[in-house]
Design a protein. Structure first.
Length: 507
């Protein structure tokens, strides 16, 4: 019987893993489990049907038949668990919080099956693994008070350390471009200052707290990326970090599921500017019309970067397959910049970072020299292969503005066929149909072939292509997409990968 309990707990743990990862990827918001609604329903239906069968056997069948049915149910549950786990395709990042959640889950589940053993209803252990996602949610609720208190303590310690630091704190926010501007700023500021930046996409209070933990005390510049998925997120980050300088990279209809409207996104991003002292500068990307609204509303010191009506002007922009070239000028002072990356996005992002660096004393010669080795950050219009097929990876953080810029830039790549792979844009709430249909229309204008993932986002993209004549291939997942690339691409083609399907959507 002990073996039955161990097998049952193992199956439950295996099934709980993708649901735990789903929680983790959505910041441990319990409503994220609704993304796996079909899997939850399948678990509930399987549990109900098999429980009824097991109970009927326990009370009305002979011992031999009952044992035989239990063995069959163990096999059936194992098969069901395996395919449910596989269908969710979630990756695992075993952080301390996730490990705590899984350990607590295993303890709770083990208590349940041990209780069944003493009732005695140990045969039911064959079906209880399918209750794993629901027990995981219960475990999450039970741990939430402890996790909130632990996070708050961690964040307060980091905030206290930041207050004691003499380093200049630069906060960067926006719907797009944050990580790229941060990447360029690190390279530029490091020419003159000891600089520390938040790694990768560490743009939450805990992410910043982890970065603060690594401070040596010698830092002169701290570059802090600030993300927001809902109202109040930027306020929390500003209260924690007390930014001296602000950078607003761009505003797009993103995370509308949680924000509700683009106006709410705009107000949230403006919180950073409101948190910067009036005599300190906030830098704005004035190529973005919504950011210009925030620039116009700023009453304190402000510096705009754009094509016109800006303190720093971007002029004479050209592209080729090897890079991007432009002049950045402020009054009579100008610097010619050559970047080993292609597209409007990298020009704007680097110009914004360069303006900050120049204002803080980095020479224009150093800016020009640094630019020559500043490749695009990973997955941001990154050219990962040039022959015989050019592959452009723009898979990170797709949004309506960024997608439009990427597609416009795609036209600069030679005479070969332009092929686009996408799964659509997510987290747009009630606007998801509108923006994905528009994405499909834009793809049809610039591409020769579209490869689109199945699912409601991809379906909307395909509806936007209706009547345009562009060939469309549908694929189930990344693996099938890769197989399709091998089959349909030919020498001279340019493949733009702009499929941004976060882990919680891979269901």
């Amino acid at each position: 019987m002990i073996a039955c309990i161990v097998i049952s707990a193992g199956l439950a743990y295996y099934l709980a893993l993708p649901f735990a990862s789903l929680l983790q990827s959505a910041g441990y918001r319990i409503r994220a489990l609704s993304r796996a609604k079909s899997s939850l329903i399948s678990c509930a239906v399987y549990f109900a049907l098999t429980l009824i069968a097991e109970l009927l056997a326990l009370f009305f069948a002979g011992k031999v038949l009952c044992v035989a049915l239990t063995v069959l149910l163990y096999v059936g549950t194992a098969i069901f668990t395996y395919f449910t786990h596989r269908s969710m395709r979630m990756g695992y990042h075993f952080t301390r919080r996730l490990v705590r959640l899984l350990i607590a889950f295993v303890i709770l589940y083990s208590g349940l099956v041990v209780g069944l053993y003493f009732l005695p209803l140990v045969a039911l252990c064959a079906v209880t693994p399918t209750m794993a996602p629901f027990l995981l949610a219960l475990t999450h609720f039970a741990l939430s008070p402890f996790e909130k208190a632990n996070n708050l303590r961690y964040i307060r310690n980091a905030s206290a350390r930041l207050i004691c630091s003499s380093a200049v704190r630069i906060g960067i926010t926006g719907s797009y471009g944050k990580t790229s501007v941060k990447h360029y700023l690190e390279r530029l500021l490091s020419r003159r200052y000891v600089t520390l930046v938040t790694p990768e996409n560490y743009n939450t209070p805990l992410g910043i707290a982890k970065t603060v933990e690594t401070m040596s005390g010698k830092e002169e510049m701290l570059v802090l990326e600030m993300g927001a998925r809902k109202r109040g997120d930027i306020s929390e980050l500003c209260e924690m970090t007390h930014p001296d300088i602000g950078v607003i990279t761009g505003i797009a209809p993103q995370h509308l599921e949680t924000f509700g409207s683009i106006d709410d996104v705009l107000r949230e991003k403006n919180v950073l500017a409101q948190s910067v002292p009036a005599d300190s500068a906030v830098f704005y990307n004035l190529t973005d019309a919504l950011v210009r609204k925030l620039y116009d509303a700023r009453e304190g010191k402000k510096i705009g970067v754009g094509y016109e009506d800006a303190e720093y002007l971007i002029k004479d922009v050209t592209f080729d397959a090897e890079g991007s070239y432009f002049t950045l000028s402020k009054g009579e002072d100008a610097v010619r910049i050559s970047l080993p990356c292609v597209g409007k996005a990298c020009v704007i992002d680097f110009a914004l970072a360069a303006a900050v660096a120049i204002e803080w004393g980095v020479s224009r010669d150093d800016v020009s020299l640094t630019a020559k080795s500043c490749a695009a950050p990973s997955h941001r219009f990154e050219i990962v292969k040039k022959a015989p097929i050019t592959v452009i990876d723009d898979s990170y953080n797709i949004n309506p503005v960024g997608a439009s810029v990427a597609l416009d830039t795609l036209q600069a790549f030679g005479k070969g066929r332009k092929v686009v792979y996408t799964s659509g844009i997510v987290e747009l709430g009630r606007e998801e149909e509108k923006y994905n249909v528009a994405l499909g229309r834009h793809i049809a204008r610039v591409a020769s072939l579209a490869i689109v993932c199945e699912g409601r986002y991809g379906d909307a993209v395909v509806r936007g292509m209706a009547g345009t004549g562009i060939p469309v291939l549908r694929v189930k997942d990344t693996k099938q997409a890769s197989e399709t690339f091998s089959r349909v691409l030919r020498q001279g083609d340019v493949l733009l990968i702009m499929s941004d399907l976060p882990r919680e959507y891979l269901l």
